[in-house]
Design a protein. Sequence first.
Length: 209
Amino acid sequence: MRRSLPLAICLGMGILMMIQFFVPHPVSVAFYDLTTKWIRIVSAFALVLGVGSLILYHTDRLRRQRPGWAYSIVTLVALVITAVIGLGWGVKPGSPLQEVLFKNMLVPLNASMFAILAFYMASAAYRAFRARTKEAALLLIAAFVVMLGMVPVGESLWRKLPEVAEWVLSVPNMAAKRAILFGVALGAIATSLKVILGIERGWLGGGKG
């Protein structure tokens, strides 16, 4: 029963949501609006669970003195300060303190993270672009053309190089991108159908009901 009821709810809601998408009726629209409100409520509870899980995980690291436990202190302190300022406890909405927290802390942290990711991407590209096969050589040439075409140096070397780079991005790159998106969409549809029909039960915690 503990597994049959969630599977039945998932099947019923999945079928109803698919039907209402193709039925532009006031009842269908009202059902969609009601469902959207319930999704927001469930998401709020999920946020509470997520914050609770974060607190339990880092307090356990502090209690056991695991490696890197000092970062757990930073995480918990940042969580409390951000929650107090964001919810307006003792701070007026739109306070300059919120702007300072966002511009002077969150934005620099995001910039640092993406800067580090850029170095990782560069090292990964170096390893991937080794021309060991014809496909790798083609990828290397295309990347080289695009990178040169996006900077002023490339135009000074050859006037039409930016046009060639734009063609590579607009035609072969766009075709490959759309093919990947089609594959992702079909995979999402297949996974959704498996969940709705009860074939995929990993979200129940594994095992058979």
